[in-house]
Design a protein around this ligand. Sequence first.
Ligand SMILES: N[C@@H](CCC(=O)N[C@@H](CS)C(=O)NCC(=O)O)C(=O)O
Length: 244
Amino acid sequence: MTAPSNAARDLLMGDGSSKLTLEYFAIEGLAEQVRIALSVASVPFVDDAFPPSEWEIRKPKTKHGQVPEMKLPNGTLITDSGAMLRLAGEADASGKLYPIDDVLARAKIEMVLGLVGDLARAWRPAIYLGMRPEKFGHPPKGEWKDADDVVRKIRESFLADDLPRYMGYFADMIDENGGNAYLTGENLTIADISAYQQIAYFTKGIADHVPKECLEPYPEVLAWMKRVEEHPGVAAYKAGKAAK
Ligand SMILES: N[C@@H](CCC(=O)N[C@@H](CS)C(=O)NCC(=O)O)C(=O)O
């Protein structure tokens, strides 16, 4: 039996004369899940990670005034991290990251990606209120005297209500898959990569009022995160990054 053709892999790999380029700020942000998925799928790429100081010059050159942007070897531009994540998953030669021919497996992955989107949406006011208060009807940053107090309250409310609710859903998924595997089954998929990036963020101590220990009440989630980090493809990506 001949191996099934993988159109996504052909598209992302090109003829080998040039590599795909991923343009994003030199932070993890929305592009990190794509970087990890490309690495796990063994798709070589140029990581065009730029400092925030270059944004003013780069922004007008982007299609929608935002990044990430992906340029395929054939010159095609891909916008939106979700589209990039799915393409990277589909390009995985092992067929595990985002199975091309398993409709139910993909539906399960999409359900998790949707839930990751819901978690991100629940967190968004807590982050943007501090960054762009004028968008929420408050005085601009620097002029709004109650900013710290209000941001603290909204983050505490997220930690008290939203985080436990979503961590409960993720813990259930882990249990439903035997407690020792991934979110949708025995294989790591783009759903794990995306959920991992979103959830690990809360353990980094980057956001004021969100303690690094906030996931300690959810040992199943922490154990699953460790399994994601120890997946050979993810571990290789992280080791390569640490060595830079
Ligand atoms: N839906 C887009 C959202 C992209 C997006 O919001 N990018 C932000 C960075 S995370 C950006 O470029 N912000 C800069 C700006 O708006 O000036 C995606 O998922 O790729």
